[in-house]
Design a binder for this molecule. Structure first.
Ligand code: C5P
Length: 249
């Protein structure tokens, strides 16, 4: 198995309790660079879930997407940074420059610190949904603007859809991390945009498209966790990442 591909695959464990998350994680531990714990599992099980899943080996992406005033976010990140195995944590870039600066300072205070990412525009939102909350304009331009702001604040990278990766890469440079959720496989030659796989995600792409565009990490949940054979689904995605990486060189 190509270890560069594996390092880039983050599997989202969106489960209501640790029992299910842990049994799936055990099955997939050799196939993932990180496991992602989101607000569902963390709210149900707390830091104990982080400890238990970290014991399996892959690092933890603690995806709690903090969005609050600077002082509160900084405090939450200080607590998150001390949890075992946490290698990635995040905030919403819409929290603003000063909030992100405070977040970066809080994380930097820890010796073996996780990398800090900012969510640009959720992959479940399209231009119409953004317009509804009073944030109009082209989504790509907005995501790039938020990525630049995150970089200015001293963050390590962003979470963005595959559609914005190449523009963010051009704007923010090579070392800036880009993690891409909303990844769906092609089914019977049909692009995920037009298949039943999209679920609640709107700005979807295949992992090959995301990697070719320059993504560092691919975040995949249901296409693996809800598959009849989760190991086979993860292996297929790793294969797709590997060949896209070869094409990128
Ligand atoms: O199941 P699915 O592959 O859609 O899971 C994607 C994961 O990535 C979810 O856990 C979701 O919370 C997360 N995520 C996202 N969009 C972002 C940031 C994180 O879908 N912008």
């Amino acid at each position: 198995m190509n270890s560069d591909a594996r390092r880039r695959l983050i599997i989202a464990l969106d489960y209501p309790h640790i029992r299910l998350a842990y049994s799936l994680a055990k099955l997939l531990a050799g196939l993932a660079g990180m496991f992602k714990i989101g607000s569902q599992l963390f709210t149900a099980e707390g830091p104990a879930a982080v400890q238990k899943l970290a014991s399996l080996g892959p690092g933890i992406f603690l995806d709690l997407k903090f969005h609050d005033i600077a002082n509160t976010v900084a405090g939450a990140l200080s607590a998150a940074a001390t949890l075992p195995g946490v290698r990635l944590i995040n905030v919403h870039a819409l929290g603003g420059l000063e909030m992100m600066r405070a977040a970066a300072r809080a994380v930097r205070a820890h010796a073996r610190r996780p990398k800090l990412l900012a969510v640009t525009v959720l992959t479940s939102l399209d231009a119409r949904a953004m317009e509804q909350v009073g944030i109009g304009g082209p989504l790509g331009t907005r995501a790039v603007k938020l990525a630049r702001l995150a970089r200015q604040a001293g963050l390590d990278g962003v979470v963005a859809s595959a559609h914005e990766v190449s523009r963010i890469r051009r704007a923010c440079g090579k070392g800036f991390l880009i993690a891409v959720p909303g990844v769906r496989p092609e089914v019977s030659g049909r692009h995920p945009r037009s298949s039943q796989w999209a679920d609640d995600q709107i700005r979807v792409a295949t992992s090959a498209e995301a990697i070719r565009a320059g993504a560092d990490y691919i975040v995949v949940g249901r296409p693996i966790t809800a598959a009849r054979d989760p190991r086979a689904a993860a292996e297929a995605i790793l294969e797709e990442i590997s060949s896209a990486l070869r094409a990128r060189i």
